[in-house]
Design a protein around this ligand. Structure first.
Ligand code: ATP
Ligand code: RIB
Length: 305
């Protein structure tokens, strides 16, 4: 059963150094790479590489960055009939500063053509959403169109997943349309206006999110794993233990959301789905880049990690 992802593709301009510079500081870096990024596109690639049947809805420019996206979608087997090419606006880009010692990052993303996605584009590609079991989106696309698509997807009967990144306010009435809400700890703190750092904070937060109308809450906690709660169960799944060092956490959340959707589309239990998502996200942090760090099904099956 298929997964429809609405989101952005951008080119990630990644700068690796011993530190992330602070305001006003210039540092000498060690390496720079340009690779595929954008949360939605990363999630689509993560899901397709591990065997998900994936369609992607977005907008790009008519340029080399878009060609990079299309060649990756061809390789991963993603249906990109829902990606409109805008001849007037370029594909977006993200500036990413990475601390090589910890894998931490700081990101400034400019969505470019994808920043003009509107409700009419959602209506145009509604048949793609209609054919999908799962609808997965984030908050990098314009909010009006994103929330419109989320509501439509729920009305159609899709399982909806909102990865609320980057965090941005959502009208309360939209929470009822979200089956799975997947913030990281910073994003969860934003929505509840309180600090969420550990398991105990998550327990209170879980209840607060359910009271808002969300059906299942997953708070990703980086190397501490993932907290889950719905009206029937509550648990923490630890991060997977890695056999390689963490070098770049960019796209960890995307690997997690993409893999979680695939497991869910295969009717795995919530616990199994989160374990699988943690495994895939764990692999991604041991590799450079965002979409480029997503493992393939063959690598997972043959333990080639
Ligand atoms: P990003 O914004 O960098 O894409 P995120 O902040 O949205 O990521 P995180 O909570 O940092 O998401 O990580 C998502 C998941 O990735 C975690 O729940 C965990 O399973 C895995 N993960 C992240 N960092 C590590 C790590 N250092 N070791 C093992 N697994 C990790
Ligand atoms: O989640 C990581 C992604 O966020 C990067 O690829 C960057 O493009 C930003 O969208």
């Amino acid at each position: 059963m298929s997964i429809c992802v609405l989101g952005i593709f951008v080119a990630d301009l990644c700068f690796f150094a011993d530190n992330i510079p602070t305001k006003g500081q210039t540092i000498l870096g060690n390496k720079h790479i340009i690779g595929p990024g954008g949360k939605g596109s990363n999630q689509a690639i993560a899901a397709a590489r591990i065997g998900g049947e994936v369609s992607f809805i977005s907008k790009v420019g008519k340029d080399n960055y878009a060609n990079l996206a299309f060649s990756l979608y061809d390789e991963a087997g993603i249906n990109y009939e829902g990606v409109e090419v805008d001849t007037k606006i370029s594909t977006g880009a993200a500036g990413i500063l990475i601390n090589e010692n910890t894998g931490d990052n700081a990101i400034n993303v400019v969505p470019g053509a994808a920043g003009t996605i509107d409700n009419s584009l959602i209506d145009k590609f509604l048949p793609i959403i209609q054919k999908s079991k799962i609808f997965l989106t984030q908050l990098e696309t314009p909010k009006e169109a994103t929330l419109y698509a989320l509501k439509k997807a729920k009305e159609i009967g899709c399982i909806t997943i909102l990865n609320p990144a980057p965090a941005s306010s959502i009208p309360e009435e939209y929470f009822q349309h979200i089956d799975f809400f997947t913030p990281n700890e910073t994003e969860a703190s934003f929505y509840l206006n309180k600090n969420i750092e550990n398991e105990n904070d998550c327990k209170d937060a879980g209840t607060d999110f359910l009271n808002k109308g969300i059906k299942n809450i997953l708070i990703t906690l980086g190397e501490k794993g993932c907290y889950f709660k719905n009206h029937e169960e509550e648990f923490v799944i630890p991060a997977s233990s890695l056999n390689k060092p963490v070098i770049d956490t960019t796209g960890a959340g995307d690997a997690f959301n993409g893999a979680f959707s695939v497991a869910l589309s295969q009717n795995k239990s919530y616990k199994e789905s989160i374990e699988f998502a943690s495994l895939v996200a764990g692999v991604s942090v041991t590799r450079e880049g965002a979409a480029n760090s997503m493992p393939f099904k063959k690598e997972l099956e043959e333990n080639l990690l």
